[in-house]
Design a protein around this ligand. Structure first.
Ligand SMILES: *Cc1c(COP(=O)(O)O)cnc(C)c1O
Length: 375
């Protein structure tokens, strides 16, 4: 049976050209060819994190899934952690902090919402000081994107606070302005909006994060952020990296930067312009999905102003979700179930990675047919 087109919220659909990159002959990871791979990746990755050329923030690639990088981020920060939790992945971030023996204070928001900035400000003032705050900017489980601007201001009033941000389903799908947002450590796995196979992660750290991380004791070894960033910089990963995925990452970043993954009309765009065109297309795909849901009398699960640009979580009380998903799969499109306790009442469409408005419209028209047949 041929594989369905993936519209789940990760792993996302991977282009054939990228899969072929993973089939290259192996190279030594301590040699010039590996250094050359790093060189290909870096400038584009800096664009992806929104870094200006002169920014002192650093980037790195590490062979681990995104959950590993949650652990890295925390390993380089102090013991008092404030965790903002509004879904399954932000909950995982808080759990990892607890597993590392941190003193964790959790602020929870209802599913479909984000923690109120005023509550964050109050907690920082009254229950601090904290060494770090964890948050998931795009909570994939509920399709909620937390607006960063109000938080940036609040965090900025606490100069020693390290802001550790999961941008897993955002990076490559929407702008991540690392420095302007006042982030100290941000990371994403390869298999979401970057549209690569799973297995490696990319990260960005501020100069002040790395400086204070060097003073933290017991950072572990494999996930030690200092080792990861210094290793990347010296073109010497601490352990053997997943070389096939480095090839895939280099090719994908180069392709995005040269407009290859864009619509015909935008294909001449390059560099930052090409990345912006990609983000704009993803924003339009969110609008298309929302309009489609409304035309079928379905609502998006999050508050309207918090809807994610890369994954739509759709509330479907009137639809038989298992039958709908099964019928879509039979027509070659795999959509996502709701996550955890939302499984019965919601389903998800991951409109990220290299999907376009064109492929989305085709899939949604099949979804229209399926809904008509089920009703
Ligand atoms: C998928 C995901 C993760 C976990 O990624 P793994 O690669 O499975 O470790 C973390 N955070 C968010 C927001 C995600 O969507």
């Amino acid at each position: 049976m041929s594989q369905p087109v993936l519209w789940i919220s990760g792993p996302t659909q991977v282009r054939a050209e990228i899969l072929q990159e993973c089939a290259r002959p192996m190279i030594g990871h301590r040699g010039a060819q590996m250094s050359a791979l790093h060189e290909r990746i870096d400038p584009h990755l800096r664009l992806c994190f929104g870094l200006a050329e002169a920014s002192p923030s650093r980037i790195a690639v590490h062979t681990a899934s995104a959950s590993g990088l949650m652990e890295s981020a925390l390993a380089g920060a102090g013991p008092r952690v404030l965790a903002l939790v509004n879904g399954a992945f932000s909950q995982r971030f808080a759990e990892i902090a607890a597993c590392l023996g941190r003193e964790v204070t959790v602020l929870c928001a209802e599913n479909g919402r984000c923690v109120e900035p005023a509550e964050v400000a109050r907690t920082l003032d009254q229950r601090g000081p904290f060494d770090a705050v964890t948050l998931v900017v795009n909570e994939t489980s509920t399709g909620v994107r937390t607006p960063l601007a109000p938080l940036t201001k609040i965090f900025g009033a606490h100069p020693k606070l390290m802001v550790l941000a999961d941008v897993v389903t955002l990076l490559g799908g929407a702008p991540v302005d690392f420095d302007a947002s006042g982030l100290d450590f941000a990371f994403a796995g390869s298999q979401k909006a970057l549209a690569l196979p799973p297995g490696i992660s990319v990260a960005c750290a501020s100069a002040r994060y790395l400086e204070q991380a060097r003073a933290q004791r017991m950072r572990g070894w494999y996930l030690d952020p200092v080792r990861i960033f210094e290793g990347h910089e010296k073109r010497a990963t601490p352990a053997t990296p997943c070389i096939p995925l480095y090839y895939a990452l280099a090719r994908q970043l180069e392709d995005i930067s040269s407009g290859v993954t864009l619509h015909h009309k935008d294909r001449r765009k390059t560099g930052l312009e090409a990345w912006r065109a990609r983000y704009e297309e993803h924003a339009r795909m969110q609008q298309i999905t929302e309009a489609w849901a409304q035309s079928n009398s379905l609502d998006l699960f999050p508050l309207p102003e918090l809807c994610s640009p890369t994954v739509s979580c759709i509330r479907a009380e009137t639809l038989d979700i298992p039958s709908f998903l099964a019928a879509m799969l039979a027509r070659g499109h795999q959509l996502g179930e709701g996550y955890g306790e939302l499984k019965r009442s919601t389903f998800r469409i991951g409109h990220m990675g290299d999907h376009t408005e064109v492929t989305l419209a085709q899939m949604l028209s099949i979804a229209d047919d399926v809904i008509r047949e089920l009703s």
